[in-house]
Design a protein around this ligand. Sequence first.
Ligand code: CA2
Length: 149
Amino acid sequence: MNTLKILVLHGPNLNLLGTREPAHYGASTLHDINQQLTALAGTLHIDIDNYQSNHEGDLVDRIHQAVTDAVDGIVINPAAYTHTSIALRDALLAANIPFVEVHLSNVHKREAFRHKSMLADAAIGVVAGFGATSYTMALNGINQQLRNT
Ligand code: CA2
């Protein structure tokens, strides 16, 4: 089986996971989530790169770098930038790399401003509401899509 390259991007404040707001975001830390993803990636022949930033431009730069690095797919939790960032949308469209949008919480059960995503209509799919499991579902989903299985 060929190895796929997947980039996982975590947006602003997700470095705080596990330290507060467990009712919305669960008890797992970002380190826990990255470890779970890395373990799953190992079973799926995926070369995974996990990256978190609190800065929109850093995330845009990382998406540009993904083109140079010949990344096959992106799993992204854009966090609050989901609802605001035309820059992330433009970067993902320009990169033309298939991506899955992920949320820990079910954004549709929350405030109205979280119901709008700047990225969702360009994504392969969206996974929301399963806590840390949203990420493993997204990685399994993008793996299946890219391998056409
Ligand atoms: O549910 C998600 O994954 C979100 O992307 C999380 C974002 C929120 O703005 C989106 O609407 C939905 C917020 C991430 C903030 O993460 C924190 C983690 C721990 C403590 C405080 C914030």
